[in-house]
Design a protein around this ligand. Structure first.
Ligand SMILES: [Fe+2]
Length: 130
């Protein structure tokens, strides 16, 4: 059984899928059950210079989700940032290519949100909720 907006990964082929409408079945890819990704919220490995927890930044007349301290190279980059309202009634997702700044303008999105991001090497991360 899945939950709305959960993200699952196939550890064989790398497919990454998000549940839009949940159902009773188990998600299977390449003949194996897909792995539910639980977003990390703390930078456990302090030896890493890069940071993964999405930061919500209020600037003068704008609001952004930013990953300022993370590489954006072909080998290691933020693949997408997504925000969704805490009641899961709306979401906003942006994909990134290497060399692009990993930031999402959420000025006109809802205020009460969760933000997640996916790094191609270090997986799924979520902002720290208050
Ligand atoms: Fe990373």
């Amino acid at each position: 059984m899945t939950e709305k907006l959960e993200i699952y990964k196939c550890n064989i082929c790398g497919n990454l899928v998000q549940v839009l409408i949940n159902g009773m079945g188990e998600l299977v890819c390449c003949g194996e059950p897909m792995q539910l990704l639980i977003p990390k919220t703390t930078e456990e490995d302090t030896s890493l210079v890069e940071k993964h927890v999405p930061i919500i930044k209020q600037e003068e007349n704008a609001r952004f989700v930013k990953l300022e301290h993370h590489p954006m190279t072909k080998e290691h980059f933020i693949q997408f940032i997504e925000v969704y309202s805490k009641d899961k009634s709306s979401l906003y997702l942006k994909f990134f290519n290497p060399n692009e700044p990993a930031e999402l303008d959420i000025t006109y999105f809802e205020k009460d949100i969760n933000a997640i991001e996916h790094c191609n090497l270090h997986g799924l991360w979520r902002n720290i909720n208050d």
